[in-house]
Design a protein around this ligand. Structure first.
Ligand SMILES: Cc1cc2nc3c(=O)[nH]c(=O)nc-3n(C[C@H](O)[C@H](O)[C@H](O)COP(=O)(O)O)c2cc1C
Length: 187
């Protein structure tokens, strides 16, 4: 079976998540194409038995390339088992309202694009203080403070629950396999 894993990223953490997803699917015997959504090449959703998209939230929205891709390919995405991994810091907040806001980002994506993922996983992202420029570091430290996060800007922090992600991907892989058994692959 062939699975497409597409990611958008600004600081690299969503790519790391997509890498892990691709490795897990490969270990499970899938033929995986992993691509940056800005440059998917011939990786069009309709040619795959399943598609997983992964994108981070920045300033309350997902990057434009994932919005464009989901808009352009929503029908093809809809036709196969699909999943969406939303990467944010809000989902890890101590503040209930911020967690609820983070949980609502995928619904906003659906409203904007018309693409309704069959499965959604909210993954906590990373704080990359060492990579931010001066102003971003100040802004992100303020956000971290609001969310009850770490304030030491001399290091990076990663909040992703890798076990929860693995469990989500395993369920998605099961759906892909069941669907492919019922419907032979187009490639
Ligand atoms: C400038 C900036 C803005 C961000 N805005 C939000 C936000 O509005 N809501 C949120 O939950 N997380 C926000 N984050 C956290 C990112 O989602 C998190 O750092 C994620 O790991 C980034 O993924 P990426 O490395 O793939 O770009 C923001 C991060 C940065 C650097």
């Amino acid at each position: 079976m062939a699975v497409l894993v597409l990611y958008a990223t600004v600081e690299g953490h969503s790519r790391k998540i997509a890498d892990k997803v691709a490795a897990q699917l490969e270990n499970a015997g899938e033929a995986v194409v992993l691509a940056d959504v800005r440059d998917p090449g011939f990786a069009v959703p309709g040619r795959f038995d399943g598609v997983l998209l992964c994108a981070p939230v920045h300033m309350g929205r997902y990057p434009d390339p994932i919005i464009r891709f989901a808009t352009d390919w929503k029908d093809a995405l809809d036709a196969v088992p699909n999943a969406f991994v939303s990467v944010s810091l809000g989902i890890n907040s101590e503040n209930e309202e911020e967690r609820a806001e983070a949980e609502a980002y995928p619904a906003k994506l659906e409203k904007k694009t018309g693409f309704r993922p069959r499965r959604i996983h909210n993954a906590a992202g990373a704080l990359k203080f060492l990579e931010y420029d001066f102003f971003k570091r100040i802004v992100m430290r303020r956000i971290a403070e609001k969310e009850g996060g770490p304030l030491d800007t001399s290091m990076d922090f990663e909040f992703t629950d890798w076990d929860a992600l693995e469990a989500f991907v395993a369920e998605f892989a099961k759906e892909v396999a069941q669907n492919a058994d019922a419907e032979p692959s187009a490639i």
